[in-house]
Design a binder for this molecule. Structure first.
Ligand code: ATP
Length: 355
């Protein structure tokens, strides 16, 4: 199953092409990092995937050929926009009730339980929460809709390193437990491989890299050797990038690190950060899969296989599952108490303007 699939997708605003000739098939069941510099077209692609804007040319579908923005897609896709759209003057509990009133599949107990786990006071006004807590609240509301595809635009931007870590851990656990597919955009390239297992790189509106992170890293290596030989070697091996390093040069090439290097050269594995930055600095280079077609990706119609998840996600999921088993019923009781069935109803909490 493909979580997101586009063919010849392009979007023009006036005379600016925000996205050009984008053909892509992202398999389901992955946490996909969408990275690129400012103005690369990340938000544009996410808005097209959620149906918030329409393509100028080409097509985009989600969850196996469901047209983006269709009623079916709206039911099954959750989107958290860049500025987590929360009503600042509402108490958290009222924000939960509002989300519940707007989403038929919403699970109130699930939301309340997660907020209790996060120690977020349900009676506090949203505007009084920290940036990290607001991001967690937005994620909680999105997850309580039980989406099959979760799309997040810059979820890390407002968070400090600790909150960033907690947020991504929560996202990974939810992904492992629920088997949903996630795509999030980010400028933060460092440490992406701890969180994501698939990456899409955009630069100047063009798709430059797309693929499984392990495959991409396994298929590239960094050769270090005499600077005087670098240009000839780079031309011979169709290098992605050549960088001087004193009397030596570092040449990024598309071949496994285990491949014996040329005489006088050393071959090392490459980090994801090095790989992404190299492609961003070389606009003419690209690492893309073949033509868009049926995907080999994992099916996302059940909980994701823990064995295939990143280490942190695995440990976190097991720990949380254990904790949930022990304290689950107690928390559900608490959750019901703080969000009583007859407590906050939409008409009580929603400002007239949005009712
Ligand atoms: P950032 O990382 O800064 O958020 P981005 O990668 O999300 O950037 P987009 O917001 O998709 O990039 O913008 C891509 C290009 O399209 C930019 O040149 C931007 O100025 C332009 N653009 C985006 N939205 C609009 C709009 N509504 N009207 C006109 N131009 C737009």
């Amino acid at each position: 199953m493909n979580a997101i699939e586009c063919s010849g997708l392009a979007k023009r605003y006036g005379r600016t092409w925000a996205l050009k000739e984008c053909s892509l098939a992202v398999p389901g069941g992955h946490i996909v990092a969408l990275v690129g510099p400012n103005g690369a077209g990340k938000t544009t692609l996410l808005q097209l995937a959620t149906g918030l804007s329409r393509p100028t040319t080409g097509s985009i579908t989600v969850l196996d050929h469901v047209p983006a923005g269709s009623l079916d897609a709206l039911e099954r896709v959750a989107f958290v926009a860049q500025d987590a759209p929360l009503y600042q003057h509402l108490p958290v509990a009222a924000m939960v009730a509002l989300a519940e009133g707007l989403n038929p599949r919403f699970e109130r107990i699930r939301a309340a339980r997660r907020l209790l786990e996060l120690d977020i006071d349900l009676h506090r006004k949203v505007g009084k929460l920290s940036g990290g807590q607001q991001a967690q609240l937005a994620l909680t509301l999105a997850l309580a809709r039980r989406p099959e595809l979760l799309i997040l635009d810059e979820p890390l931007a407002r968070l400090d390193p600790l909150a960033r870590h907690d947020f991504m851990a929560a996202l990974m656990v939810a992904t492992v437990e629920d088997g949903l597919s996630v795509m999030f955009s980010s400028h933060v390239v460092a440490e992406l491989e701890r969180v994501a297992d698939y990456v899409v790189v955009l630069a100047s509106g063009r798709l430059q890299v797309a693929g499984d992170i392990a495959d991409l890293l396994g298929g590239h290596s960094m050769l270090t050797g005499p600077a005087g030989e670098a240009e000839e070697l780079a031309a011979r091996l169709a290098a992605v990038q050549v960088r001087p390093a004193g009397r030596q040069a570092r040449v990024l090439v598309r071949r496994p690190a285990a491949t014996p290097p040329p005489a006088g050269w050393e071959s090392d594995e490459v980090s994801l950060e090095e790989l992404i930055l190299a492609y961003l600095r070389a606009p003419s280079a690209s690492a893309l899969p073949g033509p868009v077609g049926p995907s080999e990706g994992r099916a996302a119609d059940g909980p994701r296989d823990l064995a295939a998840a990143p280490d942190g996600a695995r440990r976190g999921a097991r720990r949380r599952r254990g904790a949930r088993d022990r304290a689950g019923r107690e928390r559900d009781r608490d959750a019901r108490r703080v969000l009583p069935d007859r407590g906050l109803r939409l008409p009580d909490v929603v400002p007239r303007a949005v009712r």
